[in-house]
Design a protein around this ligand. Structure first.
Ligand code: PEP
Ligand code: MG
Length: 796
């Protein structure tokens, strides 16, 4: 007979539920074992006790069904499986069934000899009778009837055991990372319903009120997620979540329309001066020199001075520390949205329940918090997606703050001591926000990557950061170091010459920047009179405005897929044209609209791609849009509508074969004649694939211009993933092989304008080389326009 385990926070609750269920089954009731509470009266769950209960219930030989109540009960049950004999585990199922109704149904079914699968199915269906009854009497059931259901667009009828269900997509481009996850937790604040998100691809499940669990889902941008809601206010809770998901979980608010905040898109890192290993967008102050100071080992623990008190005292200390850190974060949170995630983490019910259980079991407050937060950070740190993985820094940041609070230390990092260069393993958002720029002259991370929130926050505050310098871990406090954020370079014990050189560079950069910005307006000619157009890459609407202020001559690439990154339905031609027209008003020159470059690391919710083991080599750009000609034609229509009012060019990404261009040209010709008054629209291709560069002459008759995307051209030429810091040293865009391909393209296309729009174009040190090869347009991030124009003017 199937055995049953009941995991609950409350022993009286579990015992009473078992009594109720067994009464229904009478004498034939199966073995039901309770693993509930930490003792008769203390609330909590214990994975070891659950493991013992499973072993005991398995004695019947037909498997074990585990029913759980909420929050950490689910985690304890899952963790328990790691302690149980693997042979037994093969026949254990943890069910999301409601505890009381599910238990009754399971006990009754097991009693009549049902097998494990049947017992579980019956348990999950335990709510159906109640739902049917309440709907029948006009209650807010799950049938999709009634006023609430009108709000709940896309809700499927209830399936067994759940009140309502919907399918959502994780926001693009970075998935359910800290900020959208915090928005989800916040949206559920007023509801009592139990809300669960499941990733059908991985089978991972998360309580939607638990930031830690949501992050541990590892849902990447565009991933489908199943939302299950159970409870009296389930329809309204579900409507709230669906509404939030419709806005891209709030990710669209930072950049319009539908664009994640530009600085956090990860794109900036790939874009700006990223010719050197790991380089990311420099802050205005990008050079710093000073002695090493440290913050992290001071707060690695609370130290031997901490004297553990009784259970009540530790509980009070825990509450006091949480309040202090909460107030500290609330003060900082005005500064940066990334901090909202850390605030949410501090109030995560899953965490607080687990910590409370640990405290009740006699743990000290620092140990309870450290253990639980380390477990969350470890789960997030093990995720396959590197961007999501870096969010573990935020969890460790909370740990650091709490430990400081327990030790009675200030929460600000290095508030005391001489000004210097802070060396830390990694940089979380709270730490970055609390750094005092007059004391922390720069930051070196020994392990963290360049796209973490903390790095972005620090740079936005004008503090130079270099990342991933493991060698800094062993430096003594006081060691003189210099860092150059623009090159991600760390110089240990710089000599007098190097120091003078760096200091001169910083002074020069500071002085010349103002002059550059002033002189940027106006066309850039080489000294021999060749005009070079310096344009911008637009990834967010505000890039247009910045472009105007910084003197750009036009828009070299509109990354349309980023502008509409959170649209769940393909935008109509009119909707797109409104956006493109607005952009066109920001710059004097032409606007080059790139057709959807979805796929790779840029999911577009309305253009789903198949799950691919190698997305960068898969169905991306034109390869994808060829599969959906009507979506492509609608974008081409938008381009033609814009072309009636502004000088517009159309650019096709990820081209490998002339047949792809012929196809796109055919659609452009067709659509153009159907748009009254549309002038000729020049057609160009991105050169990103080495084969396209090598065989560019095959395309000459089909195109009016080319734009060389060195971000992708370098990764494909050097077989080095552009987003992988471990191979960033290989993916150099100034590699002779890449430069050779650019030279070949220029030489093979006499009379056809050649642009470069990858990060290489933004490096003033290479402007001369590119112009000499024959490049006549450089498309760069807005902030790079002044320096690149100035570089053009120095060319003979
Ligand atoms: C490139 O590949 O260089 C480019 C500009 O395109 P994206 O970075 O958008 O892939
Ligand atoms: Mg590209």
């Amino acid at each position: 007979m199937v055995g049953i385990v009941v995991v609950s926070h409350s022993r009286p609750l579990a015992t009473a539920a078992v009594a109720l269920a067994c009464e229904m089954a009478g004498e034939r009731a199966p073995r039901v074992v309770v693993a509930a509470g930490l003792d008769e009266s203390t609330l909590g769950t214990d994975a070891a006790a659950v493991a013992d209960a499973i072993e005991e219930a398995a004695a019947g030989g037909d498997g074990v069904l585990v029913l759980v109540d909420l929050g950490s009960a689910v985690l304890s049950a899952e963790m328990a499986l790691e302690f149980v004999d693997p042979l037994v585990v093969q026949r254990v199922m943890i069910t999301p069934a409601p505890l009381v109704e599910g238990l009754v149904a399971a006990v009754v079914t097991a009693a009549i000899g049902g097998d494990l699968v049947r017992v579980e199915a019956e348990a999950r269906a335990g709510l159906v009778p109640k739902q049917t009854h309440l709907v029948g009497f006009g209650g807010a059931g799950a049938s999709g009837e009634g006023p609430e259901s009108e709000v709940v667009a896309g809700v499927e009828p209830a399936s067994a055991g759940v009140a309502a269900r919907a399918r959502l997509r994780a926001p693009a481009p970075h998935g359910l990372h800290a900020r959208p996850a915090a928005a989800l937790v916040g949206a559920l604040g007023g509801f009592v319903a139990r809300v669960t998100l499941t990733d059908p691809a991985s089978g991972r499940r998360a309580d939607a009120r638990s930031l830690g669990q949501l992050l541990a889902l590892g849902a990447t941008g565009g991933a489908e997620l199943d939302l299950d809601v159970v409870g009296p206010d389930a329809p309204a809770a579900l409507a709230a979540v669906v509404a939030l998901a419709d806005t891209g979980f709030g990710e669209a608010t930072a950049g319009a329309p539908g664009l994640p905040q530009g600085v956090e898109s990860g794109e900036a890192g790939a874009e700006s001066g990223a010719v050197e290993s790991g380089a990311v967008e420099p802050s205005e102050r990008d050079i710093a020199v000073g002695p090493v100071v440290r913050g992290e080992e001071d707060v690695a623990g609370v130290g031997s001075a901490y004297v553990q008190g009784g259970v009540g005292a530790e509980r009070d200390r825990s509450a006091a520390a949480v309040t202090r850190v909460g107030e500290h974060l609330a003060g900082l949170a005005e500064g940066h949205p990334a901090l909202a995630a850390q605030v949410a983490l501090l109030g995560d019910p899953d965490l607080t329940t687990s910590v409370a259980a640990d405290l009740a079991a006699g743990a000290s407050a620092p140990d309870a918090w450290t253990g639980r937060l380390d477990a969350v950070a470890a789960r997030i740190g093990a995720l396959p997606d590197p961007y999501l993985r870096e969010r573990a820094q935020d969890v460790r940041g909370i740990r650091r703050l709490l430990l400081s609070a327990f030790a009675g230390r200030p929460l600000e990092t290095t508030a005391e001591g001489p000004p210097g260069i802070l060396v830390v393993p990694e940089l979380d958002a709270a730490t970055a926000s609390s750094l005092d720029p007059t004391r922390v002259l720069g930051v070196v991370t020994t392990a963290g990557g360049g796209t973490g929130h903390g790095v972005l926050v620090a740079r936005a505050r004008g503090i130079p950061v270099v990342t991933g310098h493991a060698e800094a871990a062993g430096l003594d406090i006081g060691t003189l170091v210099a860092l150059d954020g623009a090159r991600n370079a760390l110089i240990v014990r710089p000599g007098a010459g190097e120091l003078a050189d760096l200091q001169r560079r910083q002074r020069d950069r500071d002085e010349s920047r103002a002059a550059l910005v002033e002189s940027a307006t106006g066309t850039a000619y080489t000294r021999s009179g060749v005009r070079i157009a310096v344009e911008v890459n637009v990834s967010a609407m505000e890039d247009g405005d910045r472009a105007r202020d910084l003197g750009a001559d036009g828009i070299g690439v509109v990354r349309s897929e980023l502008l509409f990154a959170t649209a769940t339905e393909a935008p109509t031609a009119a909707e797109q044209a409104r956006v493109y027209r607005e952009l066109a008003t920001t710059v004097p020159g032409p606007i080059t609209i790139r057709t959807w470059d979805a796929g790779g690391d840029k999911p577009l919710p309305f253009l789903p791609t198949p799950r691919e083991s190698n997305p960068f080599l898969g169905v991306r750009g034109i390869r994808l849009t060829r599969l959906v000609p009507e979506v492509f034609a609608e974008q081409v229509r938008a381009i033609c509508l814009t072309a009636r009012e502004a000088p517009v060019r159309m650019l096709v990404p990820m081209v490998t074969d002339p047949a792809e261009v012929a196809w796109a040209a055919g659609i452009l010709a067709e659509v153009r004649v159907s748009v009254d008054g549309c002038p000729t629209v020049p057609l160009g291709i991105m050169v990103e694939v080495p084969a396209t560069a090598l065989r560019i002459a095959d395309f000459a008759d089909l195109i009016d211009f080319v734009s060389i995307g060195t971000n992708d051209l370098a990764q494909y030429t050097l077989a080095a993933d552009r987003g992988n810091a471990a191979v960033a040293g290989l993916a150099r865009q100034d590699h002779p092989a890449v430069l050779g391909l650019i030279a070949h393209v220029c030489a093979s296309l006499p009379g056809v304008p050649v642009a470069v729009c990858g990060a290489l174009a933004a490096d003033p040190a290479l402007t001369g080389a590119l112009v000499t090869m024959g490049v006549r347009e450089l498309s760069v991030p807005p902030t790079a326009v002044p320096a690149v124009k100035a570089a053009v003017r120095t060319i003979a």
